[in-house]
Structure formats: structure tokens, C-alpha cells
Design a protein around this ligand. Structure first.
Ligand code: DQA
Length: 146
């Protein structure tokens, strides 16, 4: 059976395509999902692609993933910079965790330079636009195999 990969998206990413397109681009989260699903099929992986504006929902999905998944790819949105609770949840997972940011957070405001999630992430991709999700998925595919 194909390995299951959770792709989690945090607050405001539901507005991708409409939200500050000069920073985040014109493609929507549905486009990201379609790209990830196509690549997952190619790699023999199964994807659970989710978005929530609520911190507790993201934590509940991480708890779910730790029982069922082989890896997590997460763009925690602004919770990246604030959430010890999401870090704690990710610290309960024993599989690969990758952090993705569409924008280059290091080129932006100082408060975006610190990430709680990076204390757990096995790798971080920032500033590659929505292609960052596919790059992370390719790395996951290499690590977890078919
Ligand atoms: C983001 C960067 C965060 O700083 C911001 O709060 C987001 C999106 C990104 O994908 O570039 O919501 O995670």
C-alpha cells in the first residue's frame, strides 16, 4: 500500500492567489493540491492535503498523522513564528517533517526570521513559491521510498 503523507497548511493559506499576490503569487491552494497529488501519484505516495486557520485543528491533524503517516510537509503560515504548541506536536512525530514557506521569510520582516517549527523540521524550503511543496515531496519520496 502507498505510504501516506500529510501536507498541512496553516492560517490564511486558503486565500492563496487572492492574498498579497506580489508575495505569494497568483496560484491557489487548489493548484498546490493538484500539483502535489500529481507528483504523489508519480512517486507512488498517497497525500492527505489539508488547510485550517485554527491552531488546534493543525495540532489534531499532526496527532492523526503520527498514527497513520510516513511524513509531514507543513506550511504553518504565521503559526511558524508563534506556536510552541505546533512545535510540541511535531516533536511527538518520529518520521520526517519538512517545513515549507512560499515566500523567502528571511528577506521579510524580522519577526518572520524565527521559526519554532524549524527546531523540529528535518529540512526547510523558503522562497521557491508554490514549487517548494513539490520539492519537499520529492525529498520525502527519496526518504520514505515506495
Ligand atoms: C508563509 C510565511 C509566513 O511568514 C506567513 O505568515 C504566511 C505564509 C509563506 O508561505 O511564505 O502566512 O508561511
Amino acid at each position: 500500500m502507498a505510504q501516506l503523507i500529510y501536507v498541512l497548511n496553516g492560517p490564511n493559506l486558503n486565500l492563496l492567489g487572492k492574498r498579497q499576490p506580489h508575495i505569494y503569487g497568483h496560484e491557489t491552494l487548489a493548484d498546490v493540491e493538484a500539483n502535489c497529488k500529481a507528483l504523489a501519484t508519480e512517486c507512488g505516495l498517497e497525500i492527505r492535503f489539508l488547510q485550517s486557520n485554527a491552531e488546534h485543528q493543525l495540532i489534531d491533524w499532526i496527532h492523526e498523522a503520527r498514527e497513520t503517516a510516513a511524513a509531514i510537509i507543513i506550511n504553518p503560515g504565521a503559526y511558524t513564528h508563534t506556536s510552541v504548541a505546533i512545535l510540541d506536536a511535531l516533536n511527538t512525530c518520529e518520521f520526517p517533517v519538512f517545513e515549507v514557506h512560499i515566500s523567502n521569510v528571511h528577506k521579510r520582516e524580522a519577526f518572520r526570521h524565527h521559526s519554532y517549527v524549524s527546531l523540529r523540521a528535518d529540512g526547510v524550503i523558503a522562497g521557491f513559491g508554490i514549487q517548494g511543496y513539490e520539492l519537499a515531496l520529492r525529498r520525502v519520496s527519496t526518504l520514505v521510498g515506495k
